[in-house]
Design a protein around this ligand. Structure first.
Ligand code: CP
Length: 308
């Protein structure tokens, strides 16, 4: 099945069968990784560019490695070392890459909507690698993949998402994806860190973390985004940790066989204890490998679509 759109800008409007197609293809890609097969022909003759206006370790590196493992020409532009510093606009930068023959441009930008603007002006496929506080669809896809690996179907699964929801593009994309796949997201955070309109997205909200985590199949911690905080949203990091951090006592409230997830990078000891992050239930490291598999799948499906 081909993907409907030339771009992946968010999960909000991606239908269930397309999400499933990406996850199923990611399963095939993971087989290559498991077999240590790092040279496949899937992207032969394709050019993939990462254009990052914000820092990244996992997302940027996994897209670069995915491109190289599948035989594409891969290049990276950091905004700090490009003509953006001389005043070039996003559209001009994008059109320059387009005219050089980039098949896919992967963009991370601090402003919500930047990938959507770029996608309107280029022939290349555009993948949103995180736009401000809006969406981070490939992170949510790798999270869904990790949950499907653990449970098979997501139908009816309770997913407790705990932490700084207000600033989290990961949470927003996960909510869209989880609801589409039939799961039950429950958000838990201080009232000031959950926007009022979240209740309309088909999620439950509980400001008591113990209640949110009780009988959960998945316990997902979110990074406290200290760089995006406005003053006064919570009293102090120490206080947040005392009342909201995920720890072993809280994990014991979840279902037997629950899995612990975190998108990274993690503030260890703030949103989650190291005992949980590194414990038996943790899938945090597996998420990183799955991120590579999901991005391989997505690059393959998007470039195959344009080739047809
Ligand atoms: N989860 C995530 O987006 O990590 P990076 O910021 O390292 O890409």
């Amino acid at each position: 099945m081909a993907l409907r759109n030339k771009d992946l800008l968010g999960l909000r409007d991606v239908p269930r069968e397309e999400i499933q197609e990406i996850l199923t293809t990611a399963g095939q890609m993971k087989q290559f990784l498991t077999n240590n097969q790092k040279k496949t022909p899937h992207l032969q003759g394709k050019s993939i560019v990462t254009l990052f206006y914000e820092n990244s370790t996992r997302t940027r590196m996994s897209f670069e490695l995915a491109s190289k493992y599948m035989s594409a020409a891969a290049a990276n532009i950091s905004a700090s070392a490009s003509s953006v510093q001389k005043g070039e606009t996003l559209i001009d930068t994008g059109c320059t890459l387009d005219m050089m023959g980039a098949d896919v441009i992967i963009i991370r930008h601090p402003l919500a909507g930047a990938p959507h603007l770029l996608a309107k002006h280029v022939r290349s496929s555009v993948i949103n690698a995180g736009d401000g506080m809006n969406e981070h669809p490939t992170q949510a896809l790798l999270d869904l993949f990790t949950m499907q690996e653990a449970f098979g179907s997501l139908e009816g699964r309770k997913v407790a998402i705990v932490g700084d929801v207000a600033h989290s593009r990961v949470a927003r994309s996960n909510i869209w994806g989880l609801v589409t796949m039939g799961a039950r997201p429950v958000l838990a955070a201080p009232e000031t860190l959950i926007p009022m309109d979240m209740a309309q997205l088909g999620v439950d909200i509980d400001h008591d973390v113990d209640k949110a985590v009780r009988d959960a199949d998945v316990v997902m911690g979110l990074r406290m985004q200290l760089e995006r905080q406005q003053a006064g949203l919570f009293p102090s990091v120490r206080e947040y940790t005392r009342y909201f951090a995920l720890d072993e006592r809280r994990l014991a409230l979840a279902k037997p066989g629950t899995i612990v997830m975190h998108p990274g990078p993690m503030n260890r000891g703030v949103e989650m204890t190291s005992a949980l992050a590194d414990g038996e239930s943790s899938r945090v490291r597996e998420q990183v490998t799955n991120g590579l598999a999901v991005r391989m799948a997505l690059l393959f499906l998007l470039t195959r679509r344009t080739a047809q």
